[in-house]
Ligand binder design. Structure first.
Ligand SMILES: C[S@@+](CC[C@H](N)C(=O)[O-])C[C@H]1O[C@@H](n2cnc3c(N)ncnc32)[C@H](O)[C@@H]1O
Length: 313
């Protein structure tokens, strides 16, 4: 790791009225989960020169933003890759980092508040933000991304589905892993924070005005079952992702929006223990879908005349 600097660990934000989101805990176990998710996404792109993102931003970007940065690992890796760029990671919670490259700034702030960064970004990245926003909030986030990117700048988002799938019938229909995804999606719908970003982000990004929209679909294996070496490696890491993440992913949802009535904490813990036991069954060839979308803000001469004239509110 290169030169590091602690002064840019957490820069202060301008929003004194931050509303802390208690839907997912911010503890060591969750940060471990985010790191595992980062590695799964990375392992499946390791055959590419740049496994961190696909947006063609060139070799000399100046400003990059990672929204909902979690542990900040993506922002730190990207700052290492582009030492002349400033890479900001923003999250509601401070990440547990003690070092970072001097060109990386991790900030505590709410992406739903008005963005006060002055410099136009070359790339805005989001990953596994599933369940963080309601539909109108997503639209607001994409609009802010559009407004704060420079013309020709890129947005990139990676999302995974909570639904566990199996192509060869090895997961019994009566297993709880089989129903967990659909059940948590129902609870999240009641909470007003649907878990379908993987299937809605592409249209939402287009609707926000982005062009040149690309997408890449993945199967993220869970467990070491695939024969292919790369997929096996991803499956091993994703197994850890699920083992450490499940409790945090569902505790808030089930204790607030579980059916037929909200569950007790103890009921959720028993449920998670059963899920973990099933996850450890090596004969289940299970995976989740994931998708990467990357798209460009149009250059000024690509815009329709009436859009060109329209000032940003
Ligand atoms: C599942 S984690 C993903 C972390 C990271 N993107 C990654 O892939 O490792 C989602 C993150 O989004 C953050 N988040 C949720 N709502 C947010 C908001 N309104 N503003 C900023 N961050 C938010 C959460 O605190 C959490 O750290």
């Amino acid at each position: 790791m290169k030169d590091t600097c602690k002064d840019n660990l957490i820069s202060s934000n301008n929003h004194s009225h931050l509303t802390l989101d208690d839907s997912v805990p911010s503890d060591d176990q969750m940060f471990e989960t985010y790191e595992a998710g980062h590695l799964v996404a990375l392992v499946l792109e390791l055959d590419r020169p740049n496994p961190l993102f696909r947006s063609p931003i060139g070799k000399d970007p100046k400003h990059i933003l990672d929204l909902g940065t979690g542990k900040g690992v993506w922002a730190i890796d990207v700052a290492d890759m582009f030492p002349d760029a400033t890479v900001r990671g923003v999250d509601l919670f401070p990440p547990p980092v003690s070092w970072m490259p001097p060109n990386c700034i991790l900030e505590v702030d709410d992406a739903l508040q008005e963005w006060t960064w002055r410099e136009p970004f070359d790339l805005i990245h989001m990953r596994i933000m599933i369940g963080s926003f309601s539909e109108p909030e997503w639209d607001r986030v994409y609009k802010q991304c559009y407004d704060k990117l420079q013309p020709g700048g890129w947005i990139e988002q990676v999302e995974a589905s909570p639904v566990i799938l199996c192509d060869d019938g090895s997961l019994p229909p009566d297993s709880i892993l089989h129903t967990w995804g659909v059940y948590t999606m129902e609870c999240a719908k009641k909470a007003g924070r649907e878990l379908d970003a993987i299937d809605t982000m592409c249209d939402s990004i287009r609707k926000a005005g982005f062009v040149d929209v690309h997408e890449k679909e993945y199967k993220w294996p869970i467990g070491p079952w695939p024969r292919d070496k790369r997929l096996k490696e991803a499956g091993v890491v994703n197994f850890q992702h699920w083992m450490s993440g499940m409790e945090g992913w569902c505790m808030w949802l089930l204790t607030k929006f579980g059916s037929p009535q909200p569950w007790t904490k103890e009921e959720v813990l028993v449920y998670v223990a059963k899920l973990r036991t099933e996850l450890k069954t090596p004969r289940y060839h299970i995976y989740q879908r994931a998708r990467r979308v990357w798209a460009r803000k149009p250059f000024v001469d690509e815009l329709e005349p009436e859009i060109k004239r329209e000032p940003s509110p």
